[in-house]
Design a protein around this ligand. Structure first.
Ligand SMILES: Nc1ncnc2c1ncn2[C@@H]1O[C@H](COP(=O)(O)OP(=O)(O)OP(=O)(O)O)[C@@H](O)[C@H]1O
Length: 473
Protein backbone atom coordinates (compact mmCIF):
# COMPACT_ATOMS: atom_id res chain seq x y z
CA UNK A 1 0.00 0.00 0.00
CA UNK A 2 1.24 3.49 -0.81
CA UNK A 3 1.66 5.72 2.23
CA UNK A 4 -0.03 9.09 1.80
CA UNK A 5 1.88 11.95 3.38
CA UNK A 6 0.04 15.29 3.56
CA UNK A 7 2.28 18.28 4.31
CA UNK A 8 1.60 21.86 5.32
CA UNK A 9 5.16 23.03 5.91
CA UNK A 10 6.32 26.62 6.12
CA UNK A 11 10.06 25.90 5.63
CA UNK A 12 10.70 25.71 1.87
CA UNK A 13 14.00 23.89 2.38
CA UNK A 14 12.32 21.04 4.26
CA UNK A 15 9.64 20.80 1.57
CA UNK A 16 12.22 20.47 -1.18
CA UNK A 17 14.26 17.91 0.74
CA UNK A 18 11.15 15.81 1.39
CA UNK A 19 10.27 15.85 -2.26
CA UNK A 20 13.77 14.80 -3.30
CA UNK A 21 14.26 12.09 -0.71
CA UNK A 22 10.83 10.47 -0.76
CA UNK A 23 10.15 10.57 -4.49
CA UNK A 24 11.41 7.04 -5.13
CA UNK A 25 9.77 5.41 -2.14
CA UNK A 26 6.33 3.97 -1.46
CA UNK A 27 5.24 7.45 -0.38
CA UNK A 28 2.76 9.71 -2.11
CA UNK A 29 3.31 13.35 -1.19
CA UNK A 30 0.66 16.03 -1.18
CA UNK A 31 1.59 19.62 -0.35
CA UNK A 32 -0.87 22.17 1.02
CA UNK A 33 0.04 25.88 0.90
CA UNK A 34 0.59 26.94 4.55
CA UNK A 35 -0.39 30.53 3.77
CA UNK A 36 -3.85 29.52 2.55
CA UNK A 37 -4.34 26.38 4.55
CA UNK A 38 -7.85 25.10 5.10
CA UNK A 39 -7.64 22.60 7.97
CA UNK A 40 -10.85 20.92 6.73
CA UNK A 41 -9.32 20.35 3.29
CA UNK A 42 -6.19 18.91 4.90
CA UNK A 43 -8.35 16.54 6.96
CA UNK A 44 -10.17 15.37 3.82
CA UNK A 45 -6.97 14.33 2.07
CA UNK A 46 -7.16 10.71 3.27
CA UNK A 47 -3.55 10.80 4.48
CA UNK A 48 -1.76 8.21 6.62
CA UNK A 49 0.69 10.73 8.01
CA UNK A 50 0.30 14.51 8.41
CA UNK A 51 3.31 16.75 8.78
CA UNK A 52 2.50 20.35 9.64
CA UNK A 53 4.40 23.39 10.89
CA UNK A 54 3.06 24.44 14.29
CA UNK A 55 1.95 27.98 13.26
CA UNK A 56 -0.38 26.47 10.62
CA UNK A 57 -2.50 24.67 13.26
CA UNK A 58 -5.74 26.61 13.95
CA UNK A 59 -6.52 27.32 17.60
CA UNK A 60 -7.62 25.65 19.80
CA UNK A 61 -4.82 23.23 18.92
CA UNK A 62 -6.43 20.30 20.79
CA UNK A 63 -9.56 20.31 18.63
CA UNK A 64 -7.60 20.70 15.38
CA UNK A 65 -5.39 17.73 16.26
CA UNK A 66 -8.30 15.63 17.47
CA UNK A 67 -10.05 16.24 14.13
CA UNK A 68 -7.09 14.53 12.43
CA UNK A 69 -6.80 11.78 15.04
CA UNK A 70 -10.43 10.79 14.64
CA UNK A 71 -10.21 10.28 10.87
CA UNK A 72 -11.00 6.77 9.58
CA UNK A 73 -7.37 6.20 8.51
CA UNK A 74 -6.17 6.68 12.15
CA UNK A 75 -3.36 8.85 10.78
CA UNK A 76 -0.15 9.82 12.55
CA UNK A 77 0.60 13.49 13.08
CA UNK A 78 4.03 15.12 13.09
CA UNK A 79 4.36 18.75 14.08
CA UNK A 80 7.41 20.79 13.13
CA UNK A 81 8.04 23.27 15.90
CA UNK A 82 10.28 26.25 15.32
CA UNK A 83 11.25 26.79 18.97
CA UNK A 84 13.19 24.55 21.27
CA UNK A 85 10.79 25.02 24.18
CA UNK A 86 10.20 21.84 26.12
CA UNK A 87 6.98 23.22 27.58
CA UNK A 88 5.40 23.89 24.17
CA UNK A 89 6.72 20.54 23.00
CA UNK A 90 4.95 18.85 25.93
CA UNK A 91 1.75 20.79 25.28
CA UNK A 92 1.65 19.63 21.66
CA UNK A 93 2.10 16.01 22.72
CA UNK A 94 -0.64 16.45 25.29
CA UNK A 95 -3.02 17.66 22.58
CA UNK A 96 -2.64 14.34 20.76
CA UNK A 97 0.27 14.94 18.35
CA UNK A 98 2.29 11.74 17.79
CA UNK A 99 5.71 13.28 17.09
CA UNK A 100 7.03 16.78 17.69
CA UNK A 101 10.25 17.76 15.92
CA UNK A 102 12.26 20.92 16.32
CA UNK A 103 12.66 22.27 12.79
CA UNK A 104 16.07 23.71 13.62
CA UNK A 105 17.79 20.31 13.94
CA UNK A 106 20.07 19.18 11.08
CA UNK A 107 18.14 18.10 7.98
CA UNK A 108 19.46 14.52 8.11
CA UNK A 109 18.25 14.03 11.68
CA UNK A 110 14.90 15.50 10.81
CA UNK A 111 14.47 13.21 7.80
CA UNK A 112 15.63 10.25 9.83
CA UNK A 113 12.96 10.97 12.45
CA UNK A 114 10.38 11.25 9.71
CA UNK A 115 11.54 7.98 8.16
CA UNK A 116 11.07 6.24 11.54
CA UNK A 117 7.44 7.43 11.61
CA UNK A 118 6.86 6.20 8.05
CA UNK A 119 8.36 2.85 8.97
CA UNK A 120 6.07 2.46 11.95
CA UNK A 121 3.17 3.17 9.59
CA UNK A 122 4.36 0.41 7.25
CA UNK A 123 4.51 -1.92 10.25
CA UNK A 124 0.97 -0.89 11.19
CA UNK A 125 -0.30 -2.09 7.80
CA UNK A 126 1.91 -5.15 7.85
CA UNK A 127 0.60 -6.16 11.29
CA UNK A 128 -2.99 -5.74 10.11
CA UNK A 129 -2.32 -7.95 7.11
CA UNK A 130 -0.31 -10.50 8.99
CA UNK A 131 -3.21 -11.11 11.31
CA UNK A 132 -5.65 -11.62 8.49
CA UNK A 133 -3.20 -13.68 6.48
CA UNK A 134 -2.37 -15.94 9.42
CA UNK A 135 -5.99 -16.72 9.97
CA UNK A 136 -7.60 -16.75 6.58
CA UNK A 137 -5.36 -16.99 3.56
CA UNK A 138 -5.23 -20.49 2.09
CA UNK A 139 -1.95 -21.88 0.71
CA UNK A 140 -1.45 -23.91 -2.43
CA UNK A 141 -0.44 -26.93 -0.36
CA UNK A 142 -3.95 -26.98 1.10
CA UNK A 143 -5.23 -27.87 -2.36
CA UNK A 144 -4.97 -31.63 -2.66
CA UNK A 145 -6.92 -33.61 -5.16
CA UNK A 146 -7.58 -37.14 -6.34
CA UNK A 147 -8.86 -35.91 -9.65
CA UNK A 148 -6.56 -36.07 -12.65
CA UNK A 149 -7.95 -32.80 -14.09
CA UNK A 150 -7.40 -30.98 -10.85
CA UNK A 151 -3.89 -32.36 -10.37
CA UNK A 152 -2.91 -31.11 -13.84
CA UNK A 153 -4.48 -27.78 -13.00
CA UNK A 154 -2.55 -27.50 -9.71
CA UNK A 155 0.75 -28.37 -11.41
CA UNK A 156 0.16 -25.60 -13.94
CA UNK A 157 -0.71 -23.16 -11.16
CA UNK A 158 2.44 -23.97 -9.15
CA UNK A 159 4.55 -23.17 -12.21
CA UNK A 160 3.24 -19.62 -12.47
CA UNK A 161 3.05 -18.63 -8.80
CA UNK A 162 6.51 -17.11 -8.60
CA UNK A 163 6.23 -15.04 -11.76
CA UNK A 164 4.62 -11.63 -11.66
CA UNK A 165 2.58 -12.25 -14.79
CA UNK A 166 -1.10 -11.36 -14.96
CA UNK A 167 -3.37 -14.37 -14.51
CA UNK A 168 -6.85 -14.93 -15.88
CA UNK A 169 -8.79 -17.44 -13.77
CA UNK A 170 -11.74 -19.03 -15.52
CA UNK A 171 -14.39 -21.34 -14.15
CA UNK A 172 -18.03 -21.56 -13.11
CA UNK A 173 -19.40 -19.72 -10.14
CA UNK A 174 -18.27 -21.10 -6.78
CA UNK A 175 -15.41 -23.28 -8.10
CA UNK A 176 -12.97 -21.40 -5.90
CA UNK A 177 -11.37 -18.76 -8.15
CA UNK A 178 -11.02 -16.20 -5.37
CA UNK A 179 -9.92 -18.87 -2.89
CA UNK A 180 -7.21 -19.97 -5.30
CA UNK A 181 -6.06 -16.43 -6.05
CA UNK A 182 -5.55 -15.86 -2.31
CA UNK A 183 -3.37 -18.97 -2.24
CA UNK A 184 -1.38 -17.76 -5.26
CA UNK A 185 -0.79 -14.47 -3.47
CA UNK A 186 0.15 -16.16 -0.17
CA UNK A 187 2.67 -18.42 -1.94
CA UNK A 188 4.21 -15.65 -4.03
CA UNK A 189 7.00 -13.23 -3.15
CA UNK A 190 4.25 -10.64 -2.59
CA UNK A 191 2.80 -12.45 0.42
CA UNK A 192 3.83 -9.70 2.84
CA UNK A 193 1.92 -7.18 0.71
CA UNK A 194 -1.85 -6.70 0.65
CA UNK A 195 -4.38 -8.88 -1.17
CA UNK A 196 -7.20 -6.67 -2.42
CA UNK A 197 -10.30 -8.23 -4.00
CA UNK A 198 -12.81 -6.16 -5.93
CA UNK A 199 -15.93 -7.46 -7.65
CA UNK A 200 -16.89 -5.65 -10.88
CA UNK A 201 -20.46 -6.97 -10.78
CA UNK A 202 -21.02 -5.36 -7.40
CA UNK A 203 -20.01 -1.79 -8.32
CA UNK A 204 -22.33 0.67 -10.07
CA UNK A 205 -20.83 1.72 -13.41
CA UNK A 206 -20.46 5.39 -12.46
CA UNK A 207 -18.43 4.53 -9.34
CA UNK A 208 -16.15 1.93 -10.90
CA UNK A 209 -13.33 4.26 -11.88
CA UNK A 210 -13.21 5.76 -8.41
CA UNK A 211 -13.31 2.31 -6.75
CA UNK A 212 -10.41 1.14 -8.88
CA UNK A 213 -8.27 4.25 -9.05
CA UNK A 214 -9.53 6.49 -6.22
CA UNK A 215 -10.66 10.09 -6.35
CA UNK A 216 -9.63 13.46 -5.05
CA UNK A 217 -11.94 15.54 -2.88
CA UNK A 218 -14.44 17.52 -4.96
CA UNK A 219 -13.98 15.24 -7.99
CA UNK A 220 -17.75 14.76 -8.19
CA UNK A 221 -20.83 15.59 -6.11
CA UNK A 222 -20.52 13.69 -2.87
CA UNK A 223 -16.73 13.32 -3.02
CA UNK A 224 -16.19 15.25 0.20
CA UNK A 225 -12.97 13.43 1.04
CA UNK A 226 -10.24 11.98 -1.10
CA UNK A 227 -10.42 8.20 -1.33
CA UNK A 228 -7.89 5.55 -2.27
CA UNK A 229 -8.75 3.13 -5.03
CA UNK A 230 -8.17 -0.61 -5.02
CA UNK A 231 -5.00 -0.35 -7.14
CA UNK A 232 -3.40 2.01 -4.65
CA UNK A 233 -4.42 -0.17 -1.70
CA UNK A 234 -2.87 -3.18 -3.44
CA UNK A 235 0.56 -1.56 -3.89
CA UNK A 236 3.25 -4.16 -3.14
CA UNK A 237 0.72 -6.99 -3.31
CA UNK A 238 -1.97 -8.53 -5.51
CA UNK A 239 -5.23 -7.16 -6.83
CA UNK A 240 -8.02 -9.64 -7.61
CA UNK A 241 -10.48 -8.32 -10.20
CA UNK A 242 -13.48 -10.60 -9.85
CA UNK A 243 -16.23 -10.87 -12.52
CA UNK A 244 -14.04 -9.00 -14.99
CA UNK A 245 -16.54 -9.94 -17.73
CA UNK A 246 -18.97 -7.44 -16.17
CA UNK A 247 -16.66 -4.47 -16.67
CA UNK A 248 -18.15 -1.83 -19.01
CA UNK A 249 -16.25 -1.21 -22.26
CA UNK A 250 -15.20 2.31 -21.33
CA UNK A 251 -13.56 1.06 -18.12
CA UNK A 252 -11.91 -1.77 -20.03
CA UNK A 253 -10.04 0.84 -22.08
CA UNK A 254 -8.81 2.54 -18.90
CA UNK A 255 -7.86 -0.74 -17.29
CA UNK A 256 -5.87 -1.78 -20.34
CA UNK A 257 -3.82 1.41 -20.11
CA UNK A 258 -3.15 0.85 -16.42
CA UNK A 259 -2.09 -2.75 -17.00
CA UNK A 260 0.39 -1.58 -19.60
CA UNK A 261 1.87 1.29 -17.60
CA UNK A 262 0.94 0.44 -14.00
CA UNK A 263 0.22 4.13 -13.66
CA UNK A 264 -3.09 5.94 -13.30
CA UNK A 265 -4.61 9.25 -12.31
CA UNK A 266 -7.29 9.27 -9.61
CA UNK A 267 -10.63 10.78 -10.65
CA UNK A 268 -10.34 14.56 -10.38
CA UNK A 269 -6.59 14.32 -9.77
CA UNK A 270 -3.75 15.90 -11.66
CA UNK A 271 -0.78 13.76 -10.72
CA UNK A 272 -0.43 10.19 -11.86
CA UNK A 273 0.26 7.46 -9.33
CA UNK A 274 2.60 4.54 -10.00
CA UNK A 275 1.96 1.20 -8.35
CA UNK A 276 3.63 -2.19 -8.16
CA UNK A 277 0.79 -4.70 -8.31
CA UNK A 278 0.18 -8.20 -9.62
CA UNK A 279 -3.20 -8.57 -11.30
CA UNK A 280 -5.34 -11.69 -11.14
CA UNK A 281 -8.65 -11.40 -12.99
CA UNK A 282 -11.50 -13.91 -12.86
CA UNK A 283 -14.74 -14.58 -14.62
CA UNK A 284 -17.34 -17.28 -15.09
CA UNK A 285 -18.27 -15.83 -18.47
CA UNK A 286 -17.01 -17.16 -21.78
CA UNK A 287 -14.75 -14.20 -22.57
CA UNK A 288 -14.03 -15.40 -26.09
CA UNK A 289 -17.74 -15.26 -26.76
CA UNK A 290 -17.90 -11.78 -25.20
CA UNK A 291 -15.08 -10.68 -27.51
CA UNK A 292 -17.01 -12.03 -30.50
CA UNK A 293 -20.13 -10.18 -29.34
CA UNK A 294 -18.09 -6.99 -29.00
CA UNK A 295 -18.76 -6.61 -25.27
CA UNK A 296 -15.19 -7.37 -24.21
CA UNK A 297 -12.06 -5.81 -25.72
CA UNK A 298 -9.90 -8.28 -27.56
CA UNK A 299 -6.64 -6.54 -26.58
CA UNK A 300 -7.64 -6.58 -22.90
CA UNK A 301 -8.56 -10.24 -23.16
CA UNK A 302 -5.07 -11.03 -24.49
CA UNK A 303 -3.40 -8.74 -21.95
CA UNK A 304 -5.20 -10.35 -18.99
CA UNK A 305 -4.81 -13.85 -20.28
CA UNK A 306 -0.99 -13.93 -20.39
CA UNK A 307 -1.55 -16.96 -18.21
CA UNK A 308 -5.03 -18.41 -18.38
CA UNK A 309 -6.13 -21.14 -15.95
CA UNK A 310 -9.49 -22.89 -15.87
CA UNK A 311 -10.66 -24.39 -12.58
CA UNK A 312 -12.67 -27.56 -13.24
CA UNK A 313 -16.27 -27.63 -11.96
CA UNK A 314 -16.98 -29.89 -8.99
CA UNK A 315 -19.00 -32.38 -11.08
CA UNK A 316 -15.84 -33.03 -13.14
CA UNK A 317 -13.78 -33.77 -10.00
CA UNK A 318 -16.25 -35.93 -8.11
CA UNK A 319 -13.34 -37.88 -6.58
CA UNK A 320 -12.77 -34.86 -4.36
CA UNK A 321 -16.30 -34.61 -2.99
CA UNK A 322 -15.70 -36.94 0.03
CA UNK A 323 -12.54 -35.11 1.16
CA UNK A 324 -14.05 -31.65 0.64
CA UNK A 325 -17.20 -32.78 2.47
CA UNK A 326 -15.15 -33.98 5.43
CA UNK A 327 -13.12 -30.75 5.38
CA UNK A 328 -16.31 -28.67 5.64
CA UNK A 329 -17.71 -31.06 8.26
CA UNK A 330 -14.66 -30.46 10.49
CA UNK A 331 -14.81 -26.72 9.83
CA UNK A 332 -18.48 -26.48 10.81
CA UNK A 333 -18.10 -28.72 13.83
CA UNK A 334 -15.57 -26.24 15.18
CA UNK A 335 -17.78 -23.32 14.22
CA UNK A 336 -20.91 -24.68 15.93
CA UNK A 337 -19.24 -26.73 18.67
CA UNK A 338 -20.77 -30.02 17.43
CA UNK A 339 -19.25 -33.48 17.57
CA UNK A 340 -20.48 -35.37 14.52
CA UNK A 341 -18.71 -38.49 13.35
CA UNK A 342 -19.50 -38.88 9.68
CA UNK A 343 -22.05 -39.01 6.85
CA UNK A 344 -24.23 -42.07 6.33
CA UNK A 345 -23.39 -44.00 3.18
CA UNK A 346 -26.61 -43.01 1.30
CA UNK A 347 -25.96 -39.36 2.23
CA UNK A 348 -22.38 -39.47 0.94
CA UNK A 349 -23.54 -41.25 -2.24
CA UNK A 350 -26.19 -38.58 -2.81
CA UNK A 351 -23.55 -35.86 -2.41
CA UNK A 352 -21.27 -37.61 -4.88
CA UNK A 353 -24.06 -38.10 -7.46
CA UNK A 354 -25.33 -34.56 -7.41
CA UNK A 355 -24.32 -32.24 -10.28
CA UNK A 356 -23.35 -29.23 -8.06
CA UNK A 357 -24.31 -26.22 -10.20
CA UNK A 358 -23.09 -23.90 -7.40
CA UNK A 359 -19.86 -25.93 -7.03
CA UNK A 360 -17.79 -25.72 -3.83
CA UNK A 361 -19.81 -22.79 -2.46
CA UNK A 362 -22.98 -24.87 -2.71
CA UNK A 363 -21.28 -27.89 -1.11
CA UNK A 364 -20.08 -25.70 1.73
CA UNK A 365 -23.60 -24.37 2.34
CA UNK A 366 -25.18 -27.82 2.18
CA UNK A 367 -22.75 -29.15 4.79
CA UNK A 368 -23.27 -26.16 7.07
CA UNK A 369 -27.03 -26.67 6.93
CA UNK A 370 -26.68 -30.41 7.57
CA UNK A 371 -24.46 -29.85 10.62
CA UNK A 372 -27.02 -27.44 12.05
CA UNK A 373 -29.97 -29.77 11.40
CA UNK A 374 -28.33 -33.03 12.48
CA UNK A 375 -29.85 -34.50 15.62
CA UNK A 376 -27.60 -37.56 16.08
CA UNK A 377 -23.86 -38.01 15.60
CA UNK A 378 -24.21 -39.02 11.94
CA UNK A 379 -25.52 -36.92 9.03
CA UNK A 380 -28.15 -38.83 7.06
CA UNK A 381 -30.00 -38.18 3.79
CA UNK A 382 -32.76 -36.49 5.75
CA UNK A 383 -30.50 -33.63 6.74
CA UNK A 384 -29.71 -32.86 3.11
CA UNK A 385 -31.97 -30.60 1.01
CA UNK A 386 -34.79 -32.21 -0.99
CA UNK A 387 -32.90 -32.22 -4.29
CA UNK A 388 -30.58 -34.90 -2.83
CA UNK A 389 -33.42 -37.24 -2.01
CA UNK A 390 -33.54 -38.55 -5.54
CA UNK A 391 -29.98 -39.74 -5.84
CA UNK A 392 -30.29 -40.70 -9.48
CA UNK A 393 -27.82 -38.56 -11.40
CA UNK A 394 -29.40 -36.28 -14.01
CA UNK A 395 -28.29 -37.39 -17.45
CA UNK A 396 -26.88 -34.65 -19.57
CA UNK A 397 -26.63 -36.55 -22.82
CA UNK A 398 -30.04 -35.37 -23.92
CA UNK A 399 -31.77 -38.72 -23.64
CA UNK A 400 -35.08 -38.67 -21.85
CA UNK A 401 -35.45 -41.08 -18.99
CA UNK A 402 -38.68 -41.63 -17.13
CA UNK A 403 -38.97 -39.80 -13.86
CA UNK A 404 -38.18 -42.03 -10.97
CA UNK A 405 -40.35 -42.21 -7.86
CA UNK A 406 -37.77 -42.65 -5.09
CA UNK A 407 -38.72 -44.05 -1.70
CA UNK A 408 -37.70 -40.78 -0.03
CA UNK A 409 -40.77 -39.06 -1.46
CA UNK A 410 -42.87 -40.79 1.18
CA UNK A 411 -41.43 -38.50 3.84
CA UNK A 412 -41.15 -35.31 1.75
CA UNK A 413 -43.58 -32.40 1.53
CA UNK A 414 -45.35 -31.70 -1.77
CA UNK A 415 -43.37 -28.46 -2.40
CA UNK A 416 -40.11 -30.37 -1.82
CA UNK A 417 -41.09 -33.05 -4.32
CA UNK A 418 -42.29 -30.41 -6.77
CA UNK A 419 -38.91 -28.60 -6.58
CA UNK A 420 -36.96 -31.80 -7.09
CA UNK A 421 -39.07 -32.87 -10.07
CA UNK A 422 -39.14 -29.40 -11.58
CA UNK A 423 -35.32 -29.19 -11.62
CA UNK A 424 -35.07 -32.65 -13.10
CA UNK A 425 -37.57 -31.92 -15.88
CA UNK A 426 -35.94 -28.59 -16.73
CA UNK A 427 -32.51 -30.19 -16.91
CA UNK A 428 -33.74 -33.00 -19.16
CA UNK A 429 -35.65 -30.62 -21.43
CA UNK A 430 -32.73 -28.20 -21.82
CA UNK A 431 -30.31 -31.03 -22.44
CA UNK A 432 -32.62 -32.31 -25.19
CA UNK A 433 -32.85 -28.93 -26.95
CA UNK A 434 -29.13 -28.19 -26.52
CA UNK A 435 -28.40 -31.55 -28.12
CA UNK A 436 -30.55 -30.61 -31.09
CA UNK A 437 -28.89 -27.16 -31.48
CA UNK A 438 -25.37 -28.48 -30.80
CA UNK A 439 -25.05 -26.22 -27.78
CA UNK A 440 -26.07 -22.97 -29.53
CA UNK A 441 -27.43 -20.67 -26.82
CA UNK A 442 -29.37 -18.25 -29.05
CA UNK A 443 -31.17 -21.04 -30.90
CA UNK A 444 -31.91 -22.99 -27.72
CA UNK A 445 -33.31 -19.91 -26.01
CA UNK A 446 -35.54 -19.26 -29.03
CA UNK A 447 -36.95 -22.78 -28.99
CA UNK A 448 -37.41 -22.66 -25.21
CA UNK A 449 -39.10 -19.27 -25.48
CA UNK A 450 -36.86 -17.63 -22.91
CA UNK A 451 -34.19 -14.93 -22.98
CA UNK A 452 -30.60 -16.16 -23.60
CA UNK A 453 -29.56 -14.60 -20.29
CA UNK A 454 -32.31 -16.53 -18.51
CA UNK A 455 -31.14 -19.68 -20.25
CA UNK A 456 -27.56 -19.09 -19.08
CA UNK A 457 -28.78 -18.63 -15.51
CA UNK A 458 -30.81 -21.84 -15.64
CA UNK A 459 -27.92 -23.82 -17.14
CA UNK A 460 -25.64 -22.51 -14.43
CA UNK A 461 -28.10 -23.48 -11.71
CA UNK A 462 -28.62 -26.95 -13.15
CA UNK A 463 -24.95 -27.51 -13.90
CA UNK A 464 -25.37 -27.87 -17.65
CA UNK A 465 -22.28 -27.13 -19.71
CA UNK A 466 -22.93 -26.21 -23.34
CA UNK A 467 -19.46 -27.50 -24.28
CA UNK A 468 -20.71 -31.06 -23.78
CA UNK A 469 -23.22 -30.55 -26.58
CA UNK A 470 -20.81 -28.77 -28.89
CA UNK A 471 -18.41 -31.70 -28.73
CA UNK A 472 -21.14 -34.06 -29.83
CA UNK A 473 -22.19 -31.84 -32.70
N1 LIG B 1 -10.41 -25.84 -2.30
C1 LIG B 1 -11.21 -25.24 -1.40
N2 LIG B 1 -11.14 -25.61 -0.11
C2 LIG B 1 -11.95 -25.04 0.81
N3 LIG B 1 -12.85 -24.08 0.54
C3 LIG B 1 -12.95 -23.67 -0.72
C4 LIG B 1 -12.13 -24.23 -1.76
N4 LIG B 1 -12.45 -23.61 -2.92
C5 LIG B 1 -13.43 -22.73 -2.63
N5 LIG B 1 -13.71 -22.77 -1.31
C6 LIG B 1 -14.73 -21.94 -0.63
O1 LIG B 1 -15.89 -21.93 -1.47
C7 LIG B 1 -16.49 -20.63 -1.50
C8 LIG B 1 -16.58 -20.16 -2.95
O2 LIG B 1 -15.27 -19.95 -3.45
P1 LIG B 1 -14.85 -18.65 -4.29
O3 LIG B 1 -15.56 -17.44 -3.79
O4 LIG B 1 -13.38 -18.62 -4.34
O5 LIG B 1 -15.47 -19.06 -5.70
P2 LIG B 1 -15.47 -18.23 -7.07
O6 LIG B 1 -15.14 -19.19 -8.14
O7 LIG B 1 -14.58 -17.03 -6.93
O8 LIG B 1 -16.99 -17.81 -7.15
P3 LIG B 1 -17.68 -16.62 -8.03
O9 LIG B 1 -17.37 -16.88 -9.47
O10 LIG B 1 -19.15 -16.78 -7.74
O11 LIG B 1 -17.11 -15.33 -7.51
C9 LIG B 1 -15.62 -19.73 -0.64
O12 LIG B 1 -16.21 -19.60 0.63
C10 LIG B 1 -14.30 -20.48 -0.53
O13 LIG B 1 -13.65 -20.20 0.69
Amino acid sequence: MLIRLACAIKETKIRTELENRLAQQDVQLQFFKPSRLSWQALARSCADVFIVSSPTIPKPVESSISLLNELPESPMTIVLHNRESSEEHANLLASGVDVVLYSGIPMDSLLEALETTLESRRQFYYAERFDRRGRFLPRLNDFTSNSRDMQVFLDETRQVVSSDATILLLGETGVGKEHLSKAIHADSHRSTGPFIAINMAAIPEQLMESELFGHEQGAFTGAVRSRRGAFELAHGGTIFLDEIGEMPLQMQTKLLRVLQELEFTPVGGEKSVWVDVRVIAATNKDLEEEVEKGTFRKDLYYRLGVISLTLPPLRKRKEDIPSLTNHFLTMNQQKFGRNLKRFSQPAMEALCNYHWPGNIRELMNVIERAVLLCKSDMITLEELPSVFHNTKPVRMDGSISALSMPQEWETMTLPQVRDAVYDQVEALYLAMVLKKTHGKIGETAKIAGIHPRGLYAKMKKLGIDKAEFKAKG
